[in-house]
Design a protein around this ligand. Structure first.
Ligand code: KIV
Length: 261
């Protein structure tokens, strides 16, 4: 793990790549190709079809985390603490310990604002590695359509820079920046010694993360933010395959001799 954590060192000489995974087969695809595999609480919306991530439970994170982590041999794994599981230091510690023990993941990601910054120090003092997710923090949104880019004004930019520096001072291992203007992301990435990993936060971050299901367009009905790049239209390919299967069944072409005992 120590060797793996080198990736979270700013002197790591190439940009950090990170994608989400919620299941064993996706973990196997990503392992060793991306530097970090994130078991994100985006599984609530992406996998379970929920409206937001507020109903994601610790148990959901535990089982998906275990499925992923058991199938990762080379990349680093990071897991999200779900909504309202880290309201107080004691609650955060108890739930973090349970989640890390069950999944054997070594790095936690927490959505951090000025209000819960001190949790980083507390968890770090208990040897729990924390990545601070700042900027847009989706757990505070019931309606994702209300999400807007942050860091546009001077005061907002200053606030985010201070938040990142405080997270660093209190022991965070990396900063994840979501939906932050390029100017602010650049400033944070320059002043922080910690690596920054961006999602919708420009090329100035030290690494980039996307939701795997967005990258391959798993669900064509989902609204995609501007920052998502589709590398594959899996939805189209899968529908084509399903149509072909259904047609074959109806025309009694499947199962042919080849698929029969
Ligand atoms: O839950 C998640 O997948 C995330 C990414 C969007 C960064 O936090």
């Amino acid at each position: 793990m120590k060797k793996k954590l080198q990736i979270l060192n700013k002197s790591f000489n190439e940009p950090i790549s990170c994608l989400t995974a919620y299941s064993a087969p996706i973990a196997k695809i990503l392992d060793g190709i991306v530097d970090i595999v994130l078991i994100g609480d985006s599984l609530g919306t992406t996998l379970y079809g929920m409206k937001n991530s507020q109903k994601v439970t610790l148990d959901m994170m535990k089982y998906h985390g275990l499925a992923v982590n058991q199938n990762i041999k080379k990349s680093i794994t990071v897991i999200d603490m779900p909504y309202k599981t880290y309201n107080t230091k004691d609650e955060a510690f108890k739930n973090a310990k349970a989640l890390l023990k069950f999944t054997k993941v070594k790095l936690l990601k927490l959505e951090i604002t000025e209000k819960n910054l001190s949790i980083i120090k507390f968890l770090s003092s208990k040897n729990i590695n924390v990545i601070a997710h700042i900027g847009v923090t989706p757990q505070s949104f019931k309606d994702f359509k209300k999400i807007k880019v942050v860091g546009k004004t001077n005061s907002e930019s200053k606030r985010l820079i201070e938040l990142a520096l405080n997270a660093e001072r209190l022991g965070a291992k990396a900063i994840l920046l979501e939906c932050v203007t390029k100017e602010t992301a650049k400033k944070i990435s320059t002043v922080c010694k910690l690596p920054t990993i961006g999602i919708g936060a420009s090329k100035y971050c030290d690494g980039q993360v996307l939701v795997f299901d967005d990258l391959i367009k798993m669900d064509s009905t989902q609204h995609m933010p501007k920052f998502v790049k589709n590398y594959l239209n899996f939805n189209n390919l899968a529908k084509k395959a399903v149509r072909k299967f259904s047609k074959d069944v109806k025309q009694k072409k499947f199962p042919s001799k080849q698929f029969t005992y």
